[in-house]
Design a protein around this ligand. Structure first.
Ligand code: FAQ
Length: 340
């Protein structure tokens, strides 16, 4: 235990504005928690790099959840039945809820969500590449649930064991909801697969368009060299990431190909084959130029997604002003009561 007033058992919170000099003793304490696979909590001292990485990742994740409402929100008025509409509305609302848990988790690191939203709006922070692709037919609703929520779960189940407590705890509830989303997506596709020739063609077309972007969600390939492996090596050492991008992508392919076979569709990859020796599905080369183009802002829907997000934020300004005015009024009334 370091001879300091911070950390477990202490009432003194540490946040970005109060961080004292980061001493060797604090580093040693942090390293000990990571080595024991214990959780780091907001009150614990942590290296600046760890805090900054978590803010970047959690913010990017939160932004993905709220931008991710758009492609499916687009189909709420076009759902084929009342039952489908109610389910889709609930799913889109769940994604909003995930955004809120994640912004709250980010705030425990000493940032304000309005600051994070500003960074999303001015392009300084990103959201997942996948939400820059258009939704063209009802089959896209099923395919998003099956492939996009499916990839999200594969990536997020290990995050339930992330070293940062508030993020790990938020992920437990998010994953439960994402599992339901994945099942409802597959059920839409199962229904289409038993439908008319046109419905089966719609299903095949959606799978053709979403397969490769879903594989890109796991991030760039591992280089196997810590110096060029993006954030992966450091994030794994910190217990933020538990698996590399390629490991999770392979698990996803192995899980998904048998499901595609059950649906009676062909995945758009001529190199997809079972490798007896590896005990995994081999798959073809991902178009990484497309991935980098999309995350740099040049995907099919980047401009449209950001315009809607910024416009909605501006339209909601009066709600934020009213909420603050009300909070100010309550505080003024309480302090007047305290004086009296
Ligand atoms: N899109 O070194 P790495 C969902 C960037 S939630 C955009 O591997 P890291 C639910 C990365 O930021 C989907 N950028 O980075 C839902 C970095 O950029 P930087 C979101 C990407 O952080 C379903 C650079 O590439 N999930 O879908 C992407 O260690 C349906 C180098 O990459 C999360 O955010 C990408 N796909 O690993 C909602 C999960 N991939 O900062 C609605 C949490 C990589 O150097 C409807 N995040 N980049 O400029 C993570 O697990 C990680 O951040 C990774 C990236 C794995 C995404």
């Amino acid at each position: 235990m370091y001879g300091n007033d911070f950390g477990p058992g202490s009432d003194t919170p540490l946040n970005a504005t109060e961080t004292p000099d980061y001493t060797d003793a604090l580093q040693e304490y942090f390293d000990g928690l990571i080595a024991d696979d214990s959780r780091i909590e907001p009150r614990d001292a942590m290296p600046d790099g760890y805090r900054a990485t978590l803010i970047r990742q959690i913010a990017q994740h939160a932004h993905s959840e709220i931008i991710g409402m758009q492609p499916e929100g687009n189909f709420i008025t076009r759902a084929p039945s009342l039952r489908r509409k109610a389910i889709l509305m609930a799913k889109v609302q769940d994604e909003a809820g995930h955004g809120l848990y994640l912004y709250s988790a980010a705030e425990t690191l000493g940032v304000d969500r309005s600051e994070l939203l500003d960074k999303l709006h001015n392009g300084k922070q990103k959201y997942s590449s996948i939400f820059n692709y258009p939704t063209l037919t009802w089959a896209d609703m099923g395919t998003i649930g099956w492939l996009v929520d499916g990839a999200a779960i594969m990536n997020q189940v290990p995050l339930c064991r992330c070293s940062y407590g508030p993020y790990a705890r938020a992920m437990i509830r998010v994953c439960k909801e994402e599992s339901f989303h994945q099942r409802q997506g597959y059920e839409i596709l199962w229904t289409l697969s038993k439908g008319t020739v046109e419905q089966q063609a719609m299903l095949q077309d959606a799978a053709n368009r979403w397969w490769w972007p879903a594989l890109m969600m796991f991030g760039p390939p591992d280089s196997g060299d810590a110096a060029t492996d993006g954030h992966t090596a450091q994030n794994m050492a910190w217990g933020i990431k538990r698996f590399s991008n390629d490991d999770l992508r392979q698990k996803f392919v192995d899980m998904t190909v048998p499901q595609a076979i059950k649906l009676g569709i062909t995945l758009p990859d001529p190199d997809l084959r079972w490798d007896e020796e590896r005990g995994h599905w081999d798959f073809g080369e991902i178009d990484w130029d497309e991935f980098w183009r999309v995350i740099k802002g040049d995907g099919p829907c980047n401009a449209q997604r950001m315009a809607l997000r910024v416009g909605s934020h501006e339209d909601g300004a009066w709600v934020r002003e009213a909420a603050v005015a009300y909070a100010d009024k309550v505080a003024a009334r309480e302090s007047a009561g305290a004086v009296a």
